[in-house]
Ligand binder design. Structure first.
Ligand code: HEM
Length: 543
């Protein structure tokens, strides 16, 4: 057959084959040239990856930090099916999340998001138009210069918390929860919950509990491995994931709609009573978008509003708890912070936001609280949108990127003896504050916490008002012995301390409702906790 082909035909056949082979060779050569080594990491087994190298797989941030001495600030690791890039230092975090933010601002996606109503959560949205719209709504409302508009509301919420502590110091968990739930509902929907059992608070918290129970890390692995489990009919024996999904979708829908309906009801009341629109995220955003209304925008407003509750209430609640824990374990820090307040504010009034610059030690306590036990020890995972080369290492497209906040807060060079609670590390010798504001507790780059300034203001007023009026101490058992406090933090992506026995004691003279009424300017009718006995006096701490 070959003999029958003349030279010209051979040339016709050979030329494309040669071109094809050359292009292929060049492509492979180019790929090999650009495909540098992956960053270092621990030994990797088939299927399991490096999971056995972690001492405590439920708290991977500890293991990632321990690997730092062997593999450095940037580590590549596979845990089961997930490839992860761990960033262990602020320098690398800045280089990647800030200087190369176009590549490092995506979020890892999962097939569990949609069936469990997590697909509208700003913090999980892929880097795209929907996320941009959410982000814009949040930013316009919560940027640094806008926060002063919420000061009065935050102050009122903090004062209500003080009344609740005075009335029932044992229910301190409930009072902190009430503060964190009510300030965010007010700022977002102009809605004031009337008690701990308020139906809006109830539905929001129910959704958060459902999601945490239904799609913890274990359940996610199972569903991602066997997706057919979500195709089973609800009545099928053992179809627990399907049933949980149906419930999450229903409650997820309610969390968007019910507070929104309350908002609409309130608006009508406002209009009827004084003709004025309330000021809150929902009202302000609707005003701004007037003329551009469509289904996408209305959905985004409902989603962003509803996500605010989960994002703000759990984080501020958990951080106030870390603060209370630190104060019990370090009474000398508590006394010093109280002395700072007494010096700058006196005892005849309570602190407000104008006092903030005059209270450097309290500011240092807040920063140290964020550092000592960051609520998100691994932040919220980012992902890459394209591949990258960093310091000669190849970073693949789509890899999960974890900013290991825990490792950054344990940096011995920057924070000597990092496990100690020492606010002084944020102060110069002359008592003025250093430039380290602990912003790393709020994440990095384009995905950095969009409620950072609101969260910061809420935390500051809560802890400053508390320190001005109360002290927290170890509790005593029936035989008069001090009950030791052993800090316990759950193994989860958001990790507030578990509750601990304590006693909360007023430190202002004549610790009565009347006195607190004078100090705060709030009347008893404004208290959120309605089971309130205005005649009850509590013995003040001797000071
Ligand atoms: C103590 C208070 C808070 C802490 C410690 C905190 C921490 C964080 C962290 C670590 C992230 C992830 C950042 C990243 O991926 O790099 C985040 C994201 C987020 N936070 Fe906060 N946060 C707090 C309060 C708030 C508040 C009050 C809001 C109110 C609306 C809020 C809304 C959000 C949202 C929407 C995201 C997702 C941002 C995105 O993916 O683009 N947070 N927060």
């Amino acid at each position: 057959m070959l003999e029958q082909l003349d030279n010209r035909s051979l040339l016709y056949l050979a030329t494309p084959a040669f071109v094809f082979a050359s292009v292929n060779w060049c492509r492979k050569h180019w790929e090999n040239r650009s495909r540098r080594p992956l960053p270092p990491g621990p030994p990797c087994l088939p299927i399991l990856g490096s999971i056995l190298s972690l001492d405590d797989p439920a708290r991977p941030w500890l293991g990632f930090n321990a690997w730092k001495s062997t593999y450095g600030d940037i580590i590549y690791v596979r845990l089961l099916t997930k490839s992860i890039l761990v960033v262990n230092s602020e320098k690398v975090a800045r280089d990647l999340f800030e200087l190369r933010s176009v590549i490092y601002s995506d979020r890892p996606q999962s097939i569990v998001y949609e069936p469990f109503a997590l697909d509208f959560n700003t913090g999980l949205l892929p880097y795209g138009d929907k996320w941009r719209l959410h982000r814009r709504i949040f930013h316009q409302q919560f940027h640094r210069a806008a926060i002063h508009t919420y000061h009065a509301e935050l102050l009122r919420g903090a004062h209500q918390m003080l009344f609740n502590f005075l009335q029932d110091p044992t229910n301190y968990t409930g009072h902190v929860r009430m503060f964190t739930s009510s300030f965010i509902l007010s700022v977002v929907y102009d809605y004031q919950p009337t008690s701990e059992n308020d139906h809006v608070v109830h539905i929001m918290r129910k959704f958060m509990k459902l999601v945490v129970t239904a799609v913890g890390p274990g359940a996610t692995v199972v569903i991602e491995t066997f997706p057919f489990l979500l195709q089973l009919p609800v009545w099928f024996p053992g179809a627990i994931f399907k049933r949980a999904s149906v419930e999450c979708l229903q409650v997820g829908h309610d969390t968007k709609e019910i507070p929104f309906q309350c908002y609409n009801g309130l608006t009508q009341n406002h209009n009827q009573s004084n003709g004025q629109m309330p000021q809150c995220l929902v009202a302000d955003t609707m005003n701004r978008m007037r003329g551009f209304e469509n289904e996408v925008i209305e959905a985004a407003i409902k989603e962003a509003a509803c996500i605010s509750f989960a994002a703000a209430s759990e984080t501020t609640f958990g951080t106030i708890f870390v603060f209370l824990l630190a104060m019990i374990l370090h009474p000398e820090v508590q006394a010093k912070a109280q002395a700072d307040i007494d010096r700058a504010v006196g005892k005849d009034r309570l602190p407000d936001f104008n006092d903030r610059p005059a209270l450097p030690y309290v500011e240092a306590v807040l920063r140290e609280t964020l550092r000592w036990h960051p609520l998100f020890p691994m932040g919220i995972p980012h992902a890459t949108t394209t591949s990258d080369i960093y310091k000669g290492y190849f970073i693949p497209k789509g890899v999960i990127v974890i900013a290991n906040t825990w490792a950054m807060t344990r940096d011995e060079q920057k924070y000597p003896n990092p496990d100690e609670f020492k606010p002084e590390r944020f102060l110069h010798e002359d008592g003025s504050l250093t430039s380290d504001t602990m912003s790393l507790a709020f994440g990095w780059g384009r995905r950095m916490c969009v409620g950072q300034h609101l969260g910061d203001a809420a935390l500051w007023i809560a802890i400053t008002s508390f320190l001005a009026t109360f002290s927290v101490h170890k509790a005593f058992d029936e035989s008069g012995e001090e009950i030791p406090v052993v800090p316990k933090f759950p193994a989860s992506i958001i990790s507030p301390p578990e509750t601990f026995p304590c006693q909360i004691v007023p430190r202002f003279k004549d610790a009565s409702v009347e006195r607190l009424t004078q100090l705060t300017g709030l009347g008893p009718s404004e208290f959120i906790n309605m089971n309130f006995d205005p005649n009850a006096d509590i013995v003040a701490e001797q000071s």
